[in-house]
Ligand binder design. Structure first.
Ligand code: TXA
Ligand code: MG
Length: 320
């Protein structure tokens, strides 16, 4: 288990010496290291068991710092960053050579974002390098939204966990590519498509899922708990009178037949932001309940952050 705390000096020293630290962001916790050091990038991939074809996001303090690592900021990207940075937005831009190949898995673009969590911003202020940080979970599993979540799974693989409390957004950043004339959303996340389009006009949403993606990070089966998880509509109980070992992850209303003490409502009030914030912790809670062997879930209304939640539910319930 790793030490958990809020010691920025200690965190800085570990990172300067090539170590790994879990850091809070407003979306999910990241597994962070010096983004300019290829050996550190290699450590990150191996700590997560992550295939090397799946590139990392580089975290910087400001749009000015981002300019140190990317060739140019197209007009629409500039407008988006002015509106939504710091925040749950990641943009893909042509990288400068200072970014190691391993960080981008050899691609000529780099994913870059300015996180909003104050503790991690204070950390970035005292570092003279950016932080490469994928979500701090083993590859394929649900992302962590608290320091405790990180400790449970990667506690023996990080040198320290910087504790910033529960993540306020709760779902990963939205990824937007500017390679084409029309910007493309490659991952739905904590910034809604509606908000993006209000700012820069129409975008394409291109989040194809497949088991061998052409753009990385779009694996069909992902964000999955260890237990069987199925959609309500596809759930076939062996016997209609034994629901005691079935759990349910629902939006605002309980599922029929399943005991209420086995159910987790993402937002009893039907608030989509609250649902996003609680999605992953609910999934973990049910995954850890020893008396539950199957989790049933259902899609939420497909608007705002609901689209990102539904994307995660789709991938969690997909057969690998
Ligand atoms: O909210 C977040 O984005 C969190 C926090 C920690 O910042 N990070 C995160 O990182 O979710 P990760 O590694 O779990 O997901 C990053 C995604 C991956 O699916 C990866 O394939 C994609 O970003 N990605 C990174 N660089 C890319 C690139 N150059 N081209 C296409 N996709 C890229
Ligand atoms: Mg991830």
């Amino acid at each position: 288990m790793a030490q958990i705390g809020t010691d920025l000096d200690k965190t800085k020293t570990i990172l300067q010496n090539g170590g790994l630290v879990a850091v809070p962001t407003e979306t999910v916790y990241g597994l962070a290291g010096n983004a300019l050091d290829p050996e550190v990038a290699a450590k990150i991939f191996s700590a997560k068991n992550r295939p090397s074809f799946d590139p990392l996001i580089v975290h910087v303090l400001s749009v000015e710092r981002a300019a140190d690592y990317v060739e140019e900021l197209p007009e629409k990207a500039k407008r988006l960053t002015e509106h939504f940075w710091p925040g749950p937005l990641t943009i893909l831009l042509k990288r400068k050579p200072i970014i190691p190949d391993l960080v981008t898995s050899g691609l000529d673009t780099v994913a870059i974002r300015v996180p909003a969590h104050q503790l991690t911003r204070s950390l970035l202020e005292v570092l003279d390098f950016p932080l490469a940080a994928p979500s701090a979970n083993p590859f394929g599993y649900v992302s962590p939204t608290s320091a405790e979540h990180v400790n449970q799974q990667l506690g023996d693989r990080v040198d320290y966990i910087l504790d910033g409390g529960e993540c306020l957004v709760g779902i990963e950043s939205t990824i937007v590519s500017f390679e084409n004339e029309v910007p493309r959303v490659l991952r739905l996340g904590g910034l809604s498509v509606e908000d993006i389009e209000d700012c820069i006009g129409d975008v394409e949403v291109n989040i194809h899922s497949s088991s061998k993606p052409d753009a990385p990070g779009m694996l069909k089966s992902h964000y999955a708990p260890e237990k069987a998880i199925v959609l309500v509509d596809e759930f076939n109980p062996q016997s209609l009178n034994d629901f005691s070992q079935i759990g349910a992850l629902m939006f605002s209303n309980y599922a029929e037949n399943i005991p209420q003490e086995n159910q987790f409502l993402m937002s009893p009030e039907g608030d989509m932001n609250e649902a996003a914030r609680r999605l992953f912790s609910g999934l973990r809670l049910l995954d850890q309940r020893k008396d539950i062997h199957t989790i049933v879930t259902d899609f939420v209304p497909n608007e705002g952050l609901g689209r990102a939640i539904n994307d995660r539910i789709k991938r969690a319930t997909a057969k690998s």
